[in-house]
Design a protein. Structure first.
Length: 304
């Protein structure tokens, strides 16, 4: 079973634990050596309000030149930046929030929740990726699943500080633009922490099963993002969404619906807004654009 969409969500959420620990903003490769990219961009408009919708990648390898052309023009003319969350300046606040939701309250060790076969595969995967499974015994399964969604990507050269949200947040700060969040840290962590134990275990075990294909799978998603191909990105995600409808509803569809309502309410006030959320939220069935359509609000792709 593929879990690319939920892996993207896990990557985005777990990066919260690294808040405030990023490298200098100039860590990007020189533009002359950069790979060109043209990610998709949409607009929602009324007579006095323009809202841009941009799908992001939470981690990226050096040397991808994407903040240019229509994307940069849209960002530059925007009055404010809206992200999924605004990262706290103090990383200890995030660590505290994560620990409070990740620690198992029933006293059952994580490994004891798995059958013999899954336990062996899980412990081997943690060890292979430099994650001491013994340290995770106090946690609920979703936490280990998130760790295994991120650590292999770091080994493959993907970096959190090069993620689109961090680049945009730094640019907004430099330009004096306000940055606001659609959700809080506690809300985002709560999406996983609130999953029934059976679904948490399924998330962990299928993440372990998918590790051998992670490099190729994530590479395709990045390729579709860079090429501005949301339809292909959605097609890559559809299998996981259809196979796990309960998780899709909690982690993706309902959040998209909430954000569409936020956009509808924001259209009441004039101005120009740049919204940047994970690319999976802006692709396929149940996307933010779909939710807007249900509210009678049109969105249009910006053709670069």
């Amino acid at each position: 079973m593929k879990w690319p969409s939920f892996r993207w969500l896990a990557v985005g959420l777990l990066l919260l634990s690294a808040c405030g620990q990023e490298r200098p903003a100039d860590a990007r490769a020189p533009a002359a050596q950069a790979a060109s990219a043209a990610p998709a961009l949409w607009t929602v408009r009324d007579k006095d309000t323009t809202i841009y919708l941009f799908g992001t990648v939470h981690v990226m390898k050096p040397g991808v030149d994407w903040l240019k052309g229509d994307i940069k023009s849209a960002f530059d003319r925007s009055d404010e930046l809206v992200l999924e969350i605004v990262e706290p300046d103090d990383p200890h606040l995030v660590a505290g929030a994560m620990a409070g939701k990740a620690i198992a309250r029933d006293g059952i060790k994580l490994s004891d929740r798995l059958n013999e076969k899954d336990r062996a595969a899980y412990q081997a995967a943690m060890t292979a990726n430099g994650l001491p499974w013994q340290t995770f015994e106090m946690f609920n399964p979703w936490m280990a699943g998130m760790a295994l969604s991120v650590q292999p990507l770091e080994k493959l050269g993907y970096q959190a500080e090069l993620g689109a949200e961090k680049v945009l947040a730094r640019s907004a700060k430099a330009a004096g633009k306000p940055v606001i969040g659609l959700e809080t840290v506690e809300q985002q962590l709560g999406y996983f922490a609130g999953l029934p134990m059976k679904q948490q275990i399924s998330f962990l075990t299928t993440t372990v099963e998918g590790l051998p294909e992670m490099e190729a799978e994530f590479g395709r998603l990045i390729q579709y993002w860079q090429g501005g191909e949301p339809d292909k990105l959605a097609a890559e995600m559809n299998e996981s969404l259809e196979a796990t409808p309960e998780l899709a509803q909690v982690l993706l569809i309902q959040r998209n619906a909430n954000w569409a309502k936020w956009i509808m309410s924001r259209l009441v006030r004039p101005g120009t807004v740049f919204i940047a959320v994970g690319a999976g939220h802006l692709a396929g069935k149940g996307s933010v654009q779909d939710q807007l359509r249900r509210l009678g609000i049109k969105s249009a792709r910006v053709r670069q």
